[in-house]
Design a binder for this molecule. Structure first.
Ligand code: PMM
Length: 298
């Protein structure tokens, strides 16, 4: 099986010897899977620390829901939600990433100690994002995005979803590099569920190795997403609610880690932390075994 290359080190971040686990803290009243649960600073910081206790290597803090039809929060409100949580987690020694489409929020979060910017728009929503990331010389997650999830953008149209995602991500990488972002800072993400149906998401997971063409580490963020609801429900049935999709999420984490993903982004950390360790043990056994190993034992 072809696996992803370039999983190893992302410049500017600690190095993990296996697929890293990114725990999610949404400081929002309305995210689709955990909206409202961690909406005040103290609860959000405590939740982030709990995720680290359960095995998260880094914590992704976001203040704006990206679910279909969600209204944008204004900049002041996003800053109010995100910055104190970033500061609180950084002061506890946590490696923090900021999930934002706004350059100003990214900049303030970096000043508060965040080490990574995770932008679901891949730098498209805010033209100032590229220069902020270039200037700070920090790692940047470039997710595949076709615009805000409203109107026709909710359902993407693809002739060949895998090839189109690879091509469109390559264009974003080129734009980032042209804007002064160092290539070794860029992480790519196929953007599961963003202008994609279940069949698109599953095709991307089945062909994750194609992202190796981009030669960048890959982040997979499948946690609790709609396509898992579809898979669990089967044809015609109602999908289970988002919070009942954690076992399915951990299954995706094992698949992604086995294929060589750099990190997986999840709401429930414990099962995924186990999944990536099992994937690592299997990978090590495969290396130890190697071609020809075991000869002479019979
Ligand atoms: N999905 C969500 C939020 N942030 N970041 C990246 N890099 N990739 C994603 O697919 C992604 C993301 C939406 O899920 P949430 O509201 O449960 O956090």
């Amino acid at each position: 099986m072809r696996t992803l290359r370039g999983r190893g080190r992302v410049a500017g971040l600690p190095e993990w010897d296996r697929c890293a686990v990114m725990g999610v803290v949404n400081v929002t009243p309305d995210s689709f899977s955990d909206g409202g649960r961690f909406f005040d600073t103290t609860t959000a910081v405590k939740h982030g620390l709990d995720l680290v206790g359960q095995g998260a290597d880094l914590v992704d803090v976001g203040g704006e829901s990206t679910r279909p039809g969600a209204a944008r929060v204004d900049e002041a409100e996003e800053l109010r939600r995100v910055i104190p949580v970033v500061r609180g987690l950084v002061s506890e020694g946590v490696t923090v990433s900021v999930d934002t489409m706004r350059a100003s929020v990214a900049e303030r979060a970096l000043s508060a100690g965040a080490l990574l910017v995770n932008d679901v728009s891949g730098g498209l929503a805010d033209p100032a994002m590229i220069s902020v990331v270039a200037e700070a010389s920090v790692p940047f997650v470039v997710m595949h995005w076709r615009g805000f999830l409203e109107g026709p953008n909710v359902r993407g149209v693809y002739a060949d979803v895998v090839s189109e995602v690879v091509t469109e991500l390559r264009a974003r990488i080129d734009a980032m590099v042209d804007g002064g972002v160092r290539a070794d800072r860029i992480i790519v993400d196929p953007g599961l569920g963003f202008s994609k149906d279940a069949e698109h998401d599953l095709a991307l997971l089945a062909h994750l190795d194609r992202l190796a063409e981009l030669d960048r580490p890959v982040l997979v963020a499948a946690s609790r997403k709609r396509f898992l609801g579809r898979v669990l429900a089967g044809p015609g049935a109602a999908p289970p609610p988002a919070r009942e999709r954690d076992a399915a999420t951990a299954a995706v984490s094992a698949i992604a880690a086995h294929q060589g993903a750099w990190a997986v982004r999840v709401h429930e950390v414990r099962a995924t932390a186990d999944a990536v360790r099992v994937a690592q043990a299997v990978a090590q056994a495969a290396t130890a075994q190697g071609p020809g190993a075991g000869e002479g034992t019979s």
